[in-house]
Design a protein around this ligand. Structure first.
Ligand SMILES: [Zn+2]
Length: 321
C-alpha cells in the first residue's frame, strides 16, 4: 500500500532536486553527469532519498489530526514542522498573522519558512500549504467534519520535508539557497458563491506575498506542490502557471519528460486553479508554477476523487493504479 506512493514520491523528489541542481548551473561535475541526447541540458546526479522517510513525514502530520487553524492539532503540527526544519539545519522564520476568513472568523495563522544556505543570493522557492480544510463540504455524508488532508496538504509538505532532509545531507556544495515555505490558511475558502478573487482561499500566501519575510526577497523561480500523493496522480500544465510562468513550466515539464516521468507530468494544458502560486506570481513577482493533481482531458472532474471529503486520509494514498 505504501510502496507505490513511495515510488511516486521518490520519483518526484529526485526530479525536483535534479531541477534545482540543473537550473542552478551545470558547473557541478559528478561521475553521473551526461548530456541529454536532444538538448544541451546536462543531467546532474541528484541526491538519494529515503522513500520511507518521505512517507513518514506525511503520516506524522496526519497523526496530529486535522490541522485546522485555532485547534491544538494545528498548533502542535506547526511546532513539529518548525522543529523538523531546525533538525535539518534550516534557518526558521515563523510569520505569525491573523487571517480573516470569508465567514468572518479570525484565525491565528503562521507561515513557516525554512531557509537552506540563507546567505546565498541566488535562491529557489518551494512551497506547499500545511493547514487542513475545516469542513468536508464535498463529502456526500460528513459535510461538517474537518478534512484530514493527507493529500490536500500533508503530501506536498511531506515531499518538501524530505527535500529539506536530503539538502542537509547532500546540498552542502550547492551554489544556491533554497527557501521552503509552508503556507497556512490556504483551505478555509468558500466553495459557494465567490466572495472575492480568491473566494477566501490562499490567506497565508496572500499575506506572505504582501509582507515577505525578508524585504525585497526574490527567487529565481518557485514551485508549489499541491495534492501530489494520490493514486494515479497526473499533473497537466496548470493554467495560471502557463499564463504567469510559462518558461518555468516548459523547463520543468521538458525535464520531467526526459527523465521518463511523462506519465505523471502530462504534456497538456490543464485547468487554471486559484492556488498559492497566484499571489506569489502577481504580488510577490516571483515566477512560480503549481504542480497540482488534476484529471487529464477532463476539466469537469478536476481533482482527486476524495478531495474535500472525510476520506482524504492515508488510505487514500493508495498503491493500486
Ligand atoms: Zn483544499
Amino acid at each position: 500500500m505504501q510502496f507505490l506512493f513511495n515510488r511516486l514520491t521518490v520519483g518526484k523528489l529526485s526530479f525536483l532536486i535534479w531541477v534545482l541542481l540543473a537550473l542552478n548551473s551545470c558547473k557541478t561535475k559528478t561521475s553521473e553527469e551526461k548530456t541529454a541526447d536532444d538538448s544541451s541540458i546536462k543531467l546532474v546526479k541528484s541526491p538519494s532519498f529515503n522513500a520511507d522517510s518521505a512517507y513518514q513525514f506525511v503520516q506524522k502530520q496526519v497523526d496530529f489530526g486535522a490541522r485546522v487553524p485555532n485547534t491544538t492539532s494545528h498548533k502542535l503540527c506547526g511546532e513539529y514542522l518548525v522543529n523538523t526544519f531546525k533538525k535539518y539545519g534550516l534557518q526558521v522564520t515563523e510569520q505569525a498573522f491573523i487571517a480573516t476568513t470569508y465567514d468572518n472568523k479570525k484565525l491565528n495563522a503562521r507561515n513557516i519558512i525554512g531557509s537552506f544556505n540563507p546567505k546565498a543570493s541566488k535562491r529557489i522557492l518551494l512551497t506547499s500549504h500545511w493547514d487542513s480544510r475545516p469542513f468536508s463540504d464535498a463529502d456526500s455524508v460528513d459535510k461538517t467534519k474537518p478534512v484530514l488532508a493527507a493529500n490536500d496538504g500533508a503530501s506536498g509538505v511531506g515531499v518538501l520535508l524530505e527535500i529539506a532532509r536530503t539538502l542537509s545531507i547532500s546540498g552542502k556544495n550547492l551554489d544556491l539557497g533554497v527557501d521552503i515555505i509552508f503556507f497556512d490558511a490556504e483551505d478555509w475558502g468558500n466553495s459557494g458563491e465567490a466572495t472575492d478573487k480568491f473566494s477566501g482561499y490562499c490567506l497565508g500566501s496572500q499575506h506572505w506575498a504582501a509582507n515577505k519575510h525578508i524585504p525585497n526577497y526574490t527567487a529565481y523561480f518557485g514551485v508549489l506542490l499541491d495534492m501530489v500523493g494520490a493514486k494515479g496522480a497526473t499533473f497537466p500544465k496548470e493554467g495560471y502557471s502557463v499564463q504567469l510562468a510559462e518558461s518555468v513550466v516548459k523547463q520543468i515539464w521538458d525535464i520531467a519528460g526526459q527523465l521518463g516521468y511523462g506519465d505523471f507530468f502530462l504534456d497538456q494544458r490543464g485547468s487554471a486553479i486559484t492556488d498559492d502560486h497566484v499571489p506569489v506570481n502577481e504580488t510577490a513577482k516571483i515566477p512560480m508554477v503549481d504542480i497540482i493533481h488534476t484529471q487529464p482531458n477532463n476539466l469537469s472532474q478536476t481533482f482527486f476523487e476524495d478531495w474535500h471529503t472525510a476520506h482524504d486520509n492515508m488510505d487514500n494514498i493508495d498503491p493500486k493504479l
